[in-house]
Design a protein around this ligand. Structure first.
Ligand code: TMP
Length: 213
């Protein structure tokens, strides 16, 4: 099947994912004819509404509900936007994907990685990232960067140290289990270096003859 390329960006809140995503898309646009940037939860109208709901600190949302809401937002994004883009051959940079649910809901909320993987398989079908850039930052480092932002913390950002420590550990386990797909990048380096490392980690995907599918 001819298809595009899916590059996902993962990491703790405050790791600098959005900054990298913007810069990466600018660089990739010079090398590929069709490059798109999407984010999760969001990217299409229904999923953006779920995003507002799931981040609202005024709402009580149980862990299972939370996992299902993220999966529902993902299912809509995949069907409405991601699948068509990949079918057209686009390079898609996606700010968070299934690994976020595995780390945040599977480990952070203690629902279990495999349980959360199963509902996401249902939500996304066969779609898997070609490459995942994991921005590594310590929970304390991520928290410090969040505090530097002017915005009020959302429902998840209000969680305590144990929650983020469990997420960080889960990301490390995922990266160890799939070293070919998940490339770890030191998020404490200056943004220009983070971008250079990210480009080096996806370079092989941009050479058509090096593609395996
Ligand atoms: P962000 O777009 O600022 O990263 O916000 C998304 C928040 O939602 C962030 O705290 C991580 C969290 N999240 C999950 O807990 N599970 C998920 O599957 C996704 C996509 C995000």
């Amino acid at each position: 099947m001819t298809r595009g390329t899916l590059i996902t960006i993962e990491g703790l809140d405050g790791a600098g994912k959005s900054t990298l995503a913007d810069a990466l898309v600018r660089e990739l646009a010079a090398r590929a004819s069709h490059v798109e940037l999407l984010r999760e939860p969001g990217g299409v109208e229904a999923s953006e509404r779920i995003r507002a709901l799931v981040k609202d600190p005024a709402l009580a949302i149980s862990p299972r509900t939370e996992a299902l809401l993220y999966a529902a937002a993902r299912a809509q994004l995949v069907q409405e936007r991601l699948e068509p883009l990949l079918r057209e051959g686009a390079v898609v940079v996606l700010d968070r994907f299934v690994d976020s649910s595995l780390a945040y809901q599977g480990a952070g909320r203690s629902l279990g990685i495999e349980e959360v993987r199963a509902i996401n398989r249902f939500a996304t079908g066969h779609i898997a990232p070609d490459r995942t850039l994991l921005l590594r930052i310590s929970p304390a480092g991520g928290r410090m960067r969040l505090h530097e932002r002017a915005e009020e913390p959302d429902r998840l950002e209000r969680e305590g140290e144990d929650f983020f420590a469990a997420i960080a550990a889960a990301y490390e386990d995922l990266a160890r289990a799939e070293p070919q797909r998940i490339r770890v990048i030191d998020a404490t380096l200056p943004p220009e270096q983070v971008l250079r490392d990210a480009l080096a980690a996806v370079e092989d995907l941009l050479v058509p003859s090096a593609r395996s599918h």
